[in-house]
Design a protein around this ligand. Structure first.
Ligand code: COA
Length: 323
């Protein structure tokens, strides 16, 4: 059961117009037309993945009426950890004072929160865990190449955190689906700067430690995989599209969101969209959207919400949750 969700973003909003100030040749019109993005948040001095995730976590804990000391586990989905070692989840654990919790990261890129919820459900079913914090958080601004207009306009920073408890009274996860395909790993990656090619002067000079993406290929795969995931979610829950009260898809691009909704047979009025204000925040995108939807009172008890994610790997997946 998703007991409560909170979200946090850095202070600075960076608009499409702001790219001119850093010499990136693009335009508000191009970015909006191709992606639907109008602005994104970018971490500044004193802000990092730990601080943003901790802020989101505190809001979720407070909304759930749970203390940090009650947490049995903290699972952080991220592709942009504060350090390569150790996991950022343990830094969040320390910041929260979640002394009893086991804490670890999941790297499933944009599917990180969705994978995290499904791992949490598994721990509850088999490991005796009662209360788990699942966070999707990213500081992508630190791993994108701000000189590459193909990628730098797309991504943003932020975190969403969800307190997960055991399901009760027919509330909880009705269907869950996770997939990955490593044969397509090269299409969206950080090519160098880690184990297979450690950081050196050449990597720094060519910027191959930053995210690179074959945009059109990623787009096609995202549309195909999210359509598959939406079908699986409905089949698994034995529901039809008309039973879904709200679709919260990964917020990468408005055209991918529209294609997913169309395939699933869910009208856009029932689709939560905030990519215009946050950009693609990868693992954070779904929990930020869920947190906003709940703040706006869009999710009432008994409603069916469908989540669909897709990201680097490729990874993808879906869930239907009854609130
Ligand atoms: C990246 C993406 C928006 C590009 O849109 P597109 O319609 O495929 O655009 P194209 O690749 O055809 O590029 C068209 C032109 O725009 C240019 N362009 C790229 N980025 C630009 C930008 N920010 N501003 C202006 N022009 C840009 C390209 O250089 C290209 O110019 P060229 O034809 O002279 O080489 C689109 O492919 C996409 O959304 N892909 C999926 C990305 C994604 O969501 N990734 C994360 C998944 S979790």
């Amino acid at each position: 059961m998703l007991a409560a969700t909170g979200h946090a973003v850095p202070k600075r909003a960076f608009t499409n117009a702001d790219f001119a100030s850093i010499g990136v040749e693009t335009s508000d019109e191009w970015i909006r037309e191709r992606t639907g993005i109008g602005q994104r948040y970018v971490a500044g001095d004193g802000e990092n993945l730990t601080t943003i995730c901790t802020e989101a976590a505190r809001i979720a804990l407070q909304r759930a009426g749970v203390t940090a000391a009650e947490l049995d586990a903290i699972i952080l989905g991220t592709a942009s950890p504060d350090r390569l070692l150790p996991a950022t989840a343990v830094e969040v654990q320390a910041a929260l004072g979640a002394t009893r919790a086991v804490a670890f990261d999941i790297d499933a890129a944009c599917s990180g929160w969705l994978y995290g919820i499904q791992v949490a459900e598994g721990l509850m079913a088999t490991g005796g865990y009662e209360t788990i914090l699942v966070i999707g958080g990213e500081v992508l601004s630190r791993i994108i190449n701000w000189k590459d207009r193909n990628t730098c306009v797309l991504f943003g920073d932020g975190a969403g955190a969800t307190v997960v408890k055991r399901s009760t009274k027919g509330r909880g996860v009705l269907s869950a689906y996770m997939r990955s395909d490593g044969t397509l790993a090269d299409l969206l990656q950080r090519p160098k700067g880690a184990g297979s090619h450690p950081m050196d002067a050449q990597v720094l000079a060519e910027g191959s430690h930053f995210i690179t993406m074959a945009g059109r290929e990623v787009f096609k795969n995202a549309v195909r995989s999210m359509a598959d995931a939406a079908d699986r979610a409905l089949d698994g829950a034995k529901l039809s599209a008309s039973d879904i009260d709200l679709l919260i898809p990964h917020q990468a691009n408005i055209r991918i969101i529209e294609a997913t909704a169309k395939h699933a047979g869910i009208p856009m009025e029932k689709v939560y969209v905030n990519v215009d204000r946050f950009g693609n925040t990868s693992a954070a995108s779904i929990p930020i959207a869920l947190s906003e939807a709940q703040e706006q009172g869009l999710i009432k008890d008994g409603m069916h919400v469908m989540f669909v994610a897709f990201g680097a790997g490729f990874t993808w997946g879906s869930m239907v949750v009854r609130f």
